[in-house]
Write a protein that binds this ligand. Structure first.
Ligand code: 2U9
Length: 344
């Protein structure tokens, strides 16, 4: 039995020598130190030995088991260290490699101006509405006090789809729809941003497709002074606290009285320059008191209700704010222009 033990020990150590990974190490442990191992079998057979050799063999058996367990532990440590090193080597990051470039998008200047304007009016309690770009003659013209024979229809060249359907020439039809939807509730405070279409020749200041933001307020007792106050607050919020507005008489079929609204020139602060043609003022809005006929047609009795409306072009505002001189630059998607609006 002693010889058997010595052979077993030598065989176990030799096999352990060949073990290279934790899986095989586990198998080795089961085979040589486990419950069904030869070593355990030998210890069970110890009962057959005589009383004198039994303790000696028992001690020997213990020494061999401890030796094998020691060998197992140091093998496990060396395998784990090797596996750890391999893992670390595989995970090595070369921090000297150049980084991968990721393109960062930018909000288009027109969208940016629209968002800024929306924020300002939301802050004043307005809601935002949007609606169809293909409109009916009724909403685009009739309901805005522009009957078929009205000379002012010539002011706006229209893309017609059929006799009755057209590409909207302003966002005003959506204000009419809002009034119909809100009726009989008041007040109405709404702004409508959106794309509109006109049969214009494209040049530095005109485009056949452009954006507009129009606003409408309807309630009892709305006056021209409310219009001026709201537009002045708007001008200050968008262009700075020093801003003032000036109203000049004008004409729109859907408002009476109507006005053109000027800002102190953003270039020369009113001193006079090429941008404002030496007047010190720049026009940025059209506005007026909603025509009584427009209120009545949408269901708001003009003897009880009054309102004001205004309209502006985000392109023109973007050009003024960012010093863009040709409207076409806003539609060409030239990355050299757009990249200037990417926030870092
Ligand atoms: C309703 C009643 C009245 C909207 C208005 C203007 C004046 C105006 C233009 C300025 C330059 C648009 O971008 S632009 O081409 N707009 O001058 N728009 S009042 O009046 C309305 C709208 C809807 C029911």
């Amino acid at each position: 039995m002693k010889q058997e033990l010595a052979t077993l020990h030598a065989k176990a150590l030799q096999e352990l020598d060949d073990v290279q990974d934790t899986k095989r190490l586990g198998e080795w442990r089961v085979a040589y130190l486990g419950k069904k191992s030869e070593l355990t079998t030998l210890s069970k057979q110890m009962g057959q030995l005589d009383a004198q050799t039994r303790p000696l063999f028992g001690q020997l058996l213990n020494e061999r088991r401890q030796a094998l367990e020691g060998a197992f532990t140091s093998k496990r440590e060396s395998i784990e260290a090797a596996e750890q090193n391999a893992r670390l080597a595989a995970e090595t990051i070369d921090i000297t490699l150049p980084g991968r470039h990721r393109d960062v998008g930018a909000v288009h200047p027109i969208s940016r101006v629209i968002r800024d304007i929306e924020d300002i009016f939301l802050g004043m309690g307005f809601m935002i509405a949007d609606g169809p770009e293909v409109e009916t003659d009724r909403y685009n013209f009739e309901m805005l006090n522009l009957p078929k024979d009205h000379p002012a229809r010539d002011m706006q060249d229209t893309f017609y789809i059929t006799e009755e359907l057209l590409m909207r020439t302003h966002t005003s039809p959506m204000q009419v729809r809002t009034m119909e939807q809100m009726h009989p509730h008041a007040p109405i405070k709404v702004i409508v941003p959106g794309r509109v279409y006109r049969r214009d020749e494209d040049d530095a200041t005109h485009s056949h497709a452009f954006t507009q933001i129009e606003g409408l307020v309807v309630d009892k007792g709305i006056r021209m002074s409310d219009l001026k106050g709201v537009l002045e607050a708007f001008a200050k919020a968008l262009f700075g606290e020093h801003q003032r507005v000036r109203l000049r008489p004008s004409y729109f079929p859907f408002t009476e009285p109507s006005a053109e609204v000027d800002l102190v020139c953003v270039h020369c602060q009113g001193h006079g320059c090429r941008v404002c043609k030496d007047t010190g003022w720049i026009e940025i809005l059209g506005a007026g008191m909603v025509h009584p006929r427009v209120l009545d047609m949408a269901g708001y009795d003009s003897s009880i209700y009054s309102g004001f409306a205004f309209g502006m072009g985000p392109e023109r505002i973007a050009m003024l704010k960012y010093g863009i001189t040709d409207i076409r630059q806003l539609y060409q998607n030239d990355l050299r222009l757009l990249r200037q609006f990417a926030k870092v």
